[in-house]
Write a protein that binds this ligand. Structure first.
Ligand code: SF4
Length: 227
């Protein structure tokens, strides 16, 4: 499909993205990825290593794309094992962040904990790139219903692309099965959206995937997708 070309150095970049995003509403994830890689020279993907559908698409399009993994030091051992296994199997170029030096002063669930273990480390990592991809889907949670496909990320100061914004959970499952891509080991144990171990539980039957995150608090997002 044809959409407008933008340049990462163009002063019109930010204002042009809303129109580009609107035109990409009918594009496939592969077409969205192709558009972004044709426009920007320093892409990166922030990956939680929960589902690897988008990672597989990106590595096929650009094999050495940097894959940022936010090591909060609170992940399930299964997540870290899956990260190591897939890094070796797919020869991934993983950029693994660490929390800020004072992170331990902030307990899990406080805004400053995610800030110091996810948001600030991601901000430092993204400073090297001009576009970042995420696997966010609109169906993930009500906070993501209006997520554009392409936008200017005010928080981190670069372009953000969500190629799977229009996908359903079934689309992801079908893609993983049809491409024979391994699933996070905790999916088979009833988990869905997987974050830090101490605040992730299995969602109730019929509840949205992210309902198993931060149970018992009113926290719904960690601050990465609020730009
Ligand atoms: S999910 Fe909890 S432990 Fe993990 S970074 Fe956020 S607040 Fe900290």
């Amino acid at each position: 499909m044809k959409v407008a070309t933008v340049s990462s150095t163009s002063p019109e970049l930010v204002s042009s993205l809303a129109g580009v995003s609107q035109r990409l509403e009918t594009a496939s994830p592969g077409e969205i990825i192709s558009w972004a890689l044709s426009q920007f020279t320093r892409p990166a993907f922030a990956c939680s290593f929960e589902d690897l559908a988008l990672l597989n698409m990106l590595r096929e399009a650009q094999p050495n794309i940097p894959v940022i993994f936010l090591d909060t030091q609170g992940h399930f051992p299964e997540t870290l094992s899956f990260l190591d296994e897939m890094t070796t199997r797919w020869s991934l170029n993983v950029v693994r962040t660490t929390p800020t030096a004072d992170a331990d002063a902030w307990p899990c669930g406080t805004g400053e904990c995610c800030q110091r273990r996810k948001v600030e480390p991601l901000g430092r990592a993204l400073a090297a790139y001009d576009v970042w991809f995420t696997a966010v889907k609109r169906v993930d949670a009500v906070t993501r219903r209006a997520m554009p496909i392409v936008s200017w990320d005010e928080n981190f100061g670069l372009v953000k692309v969500n190629p799977l914004a229009l996908w359903s959970d079934d689309d992801v499952s079908y893609y993983l099965r049809s491409h024979e891509i391994p699933e996070h080991p905790l999916w088979a144990d009833g988990y869905a959206s997987i974050g830090c171990a101490q605040v992730t539980v299995r969602p109730a039957a019929g509840a949205d995937r992210r309902s198993g995150r931060w149970v018992g608090s009113d926290k719904e997002e960690c601050g990465l997708h609020e730009g």
